[in-house]
Design a protein around this ligand. Sequence first.
Ligand code: HEC
Length: 108
Amino acid sequence: MKKYVIFSVTALVLFACGAKEVKTENTSTEASKPVVDGAKIYKQNCELCHGLDGKLGANGSKNLTVSELDLNARIAMVSKGKGVMMAFENILNLSEIKAVAEYTMTLK
Ligand code: HEC
């Protein structure tokens, strides 16, 4: 019985991967475009307080160019918000939050 369950799970995983591959092929016309653009998300959601270069500090926001937070802490910060900064978990999806957090790491 246990063996059977393991086999089913393996088959499911293989099937899921196979399905994904097919989907990628079908949308190959958009393959050259990045799925989520961290810089664009930043401009739309973060520039207001943090400024285009991350140094604005409007509304008491932190200067992102000197932030010592690592990527995971930034993802948490953007998801949950803090003080004046709103939570973005209901505004952006997880890959968008990750992309924008990665983008803030490039602001130096
Ligand atoms: C309404 C203004 C506002 C917006 C919009 C905003 N922030 Fe913030 N942000 C703040 C404030 C205020 C803080 C400081 C919070 C605190 O520590 O009390 C902060 C802190 C941060 C920090 C932590 C910096 C540190 O070193 O502690 C990160 C990272 C950050 N913001 C990223 C972002 C990103 C990415 C976005 C866009 C998705 C964003 N913020 C949008 C106001 C804002």
